[in-house]
Design a protein around this ligand. Sequence first.
Ligand SMILES: Nc1ncnc2c1ncn2[C@@H]1O[C@H](COP(=O)(O)OP(=O)(O)OP(=O)(O)O)[C@@H](O)[C@H]1O
Length: 267
Amino acid sequence: MIQLNDVSVRFGSLVALHPTSLAFQDGEFTVLLGSSGAGKSTLLRCLNLMNQPSSGSITVSELGNLQNRRALQAHRRHTGMIFQQHQLIGRLSALQNVLMGRIGYHTTLRSLLPLSKEEQAIGLHSLDRVGLLHKALSRVDQLSGGQQQRVGIARALTQQPRLILADEPVASLDPATADKVLAMLHQICKEDGISAVVSLHQVDLAKRYADRIIGLAHGEVIFDAAPRELTPMQAEALYAHRPSTVKAMPRPFRPSPFPLHLATAEK
Ligand SMILES: Nc1ncnc2c1ncn2[C@@H]1O[C@H](COP(=O)(O)OP(=O)(O)OP(=O)(O)O)[C@@H](O)[C@H]1O
């Protein structure tokens, strides 16, 4: 479990995330929703301290406070990141990109040497799981957008992650491909018991795949509940920059110190 305790993030005078307390349970597939600038990426990137909190703390079960260098190193080793623009190296093969997922397991010096057969096998297995074993030796800049994102997923899997953080992983894909790629990510996370926190703009995909939806507006959590509780009106309010028109109320079934979710919009 990852626990955010009163975490806030400021960029100069801008408060990107107001003090927020949340618990992310093991194996849960959480989707972050909210309009542009709502704070989704900021929250997501706090979960492995890619964004340093301005206040508060983040703790991980069995590791403790991530401000501890060793705890952070161990946490990052098992946290796979998936990005909107894939962040792959175009001139390298799919397999070479996927094997980048092993870097956290080695010292800088060791990472200059070829990886072991076992690690190469992990990379090939990851490519196989996303249906791209036959593309292992292809340059990634010769793959389609959907294939490139599947390579991104395979790279994350090669880390043998406990947690995957995916920042708008399907934003640059057409609707059918976006659904296929997200379905694949969801299935793999469920099969392997990997926790996932995924930011999206597609409410329909969030409702289809999330165990839990966290809605943000202006750097605040204004919805936190199971997808079935998100009504069309609430979803609309989430994207209408009108957080004052929705009422936050205690969310009874999740052990989070700040359990909020949207109630029906006020008249
Ligand atoms: N490195 C940064 N420096 C300054 N301001 C930043 C930085 N990163 C984010 N912000 C600001 O923080 C706020 C929240 O940004 P964030 O990227 O978390 O939003 P988001 O919900 O992920 O948006 P989008 O859906 O467009 O990606 C925005 O106002 C953004 O401009």
